[in-house]
Design a protein around this ligand. Sequence first.
Ligand code: NHW
Ligand code: EN5
Length: 388
Amino acid sequence: RHKFWETQPVGQFKDLGDSSLPEGPIEPPTPLSEVKQEPYNLPNLYEWITCDMESAEMCTEVYNLLSNNYVEDDDNMFRFNYSKEYLHWALRPPGHYKSWHIGVRVKSSKKLVAFITGVPARIRVRDSIVQKAEINFLCVHKKLRSKRLAPVMIKEVTRRVHLENIWQAAYTAGVVLPTPISSCQLWHRSLNPKKLIDVGFSRLGARMTMSRTIKLYKLPESPVTPGFRKMELHDVPAVTRLLRNYLLQFIVAPDLDENDVEHWLLPKEDVVDSFVVESPETHEVTDFCSFYTLPSSILAHPNHSILKAAYSYYNVSTKTPLLQLMNDALIVAKQKDYDVFNALDVMQNDSFLKELKFGEGDGKLHYYLYNYRLKHVLRPSQLGLVLL
Ligand code: NHW
Ligand code: EN5
């Protein structure tokens, strides 16, 4: 069934429910001298490149490949359109390796036709901190699909991760592979219902008119929580403390230090937005919320070409009820002209999704670990990790 994945150190379907298998790494690390030193072979027409994401030209080539060939919904109506600024941010966290930004070109024309990336990160699984790569942006040009290029790309990124003495990875996908550590549901909160309906992202509910729908999703003009403001550089220590403490309750979560928080959560225009609640009395930071910006191209619509979507990222409430904090996040997203606010049912998100009028989407997101076995599949609420 899975000719490639059956050969890899990942949980296999046949082992699901076999709790005699130990939790932890599936294979031990090998000495670095035993890691293959040369790249895997590509079909003869193609060559490997390492993508210098500092170069504006390279960034544009990657952007063009992804904006034309990356993930679409089941009905091919929308395609993710990660911006160049977003890619630059996503691929250059503290300690990133240029060698993990991998492209494939056609030798003759130099055209970029495939891509895969890794970035380093630490993850906590129960009590163990594990160094890992987060793998993302696997993409093969539409005209080169089903030629078994993806397994070569995956083996090559694995090799380059191994060369840095890292032996685990995490990734998410909309498709089911051997085997998810958790399967999450995507939820959507309409901010601009008229446009969403016009472009086919959502439908007018039964017995609903457009004006009743617009009224249903109406939000206040500005956040209601006193002390709600944009996160600033001097908030990094407080946000790191809040977040580290909050994430302890989940079985799988990132292990973030102040450098990570500065990179991943300090606001970057049209890439990541973060807000804190600073108590007007004590000036303590008590709560935090964030979302990232991932527009989608609207394929084949006469009047609209871009859907502006915010994706819930990390949120921590200690004083402000989570429901109110997330309502304020919806309000600022609406102020900033997003069309829709998306969220997974991970962490404590279940507690606000229905009340804040999110609806279930038609897409799922499956989470995976490479070379790390868990005894049981996790409920989304046991997962404290959001990948880009
Ligand atoms: S998920 C988004 C992936 N990208 C897209 O969906 C974009 C549109 N699609 C494409 O570009 C986020 C192609 O369809 C792709 C497959 C390239 C997806 N993950 O070349 P073949 C990520 O980036 C398996 C993993 O003929 P293709 C996460 C498939 O099951 N495997 O197919 C990436 C089959 O194997 P099997 C996937 O359609 C995580 C084989 O590929 C997959 O031309 C990567 C078929 O290959 C997916 N999303 O190209 C893993 N989709 O065994 C990282 C298909 O079933 C692992 N396949 O026969 C960790 C590595 C690091 C370890 C470090 C220690
Ligand atoms: C790697 N980091 O399927 C990520 N999107 O629901 C790669 N559906 O937008 C993997 N089909 O339900 C990503 N509208 C996996 C996701 C791939 C993209 C995807 C889904 C997620 C999506 C929309 C549009 C569907 C169009 C037809 C959807 C309904 C919204 C409605 C709003 C009002 C209340 C009810 C729900």
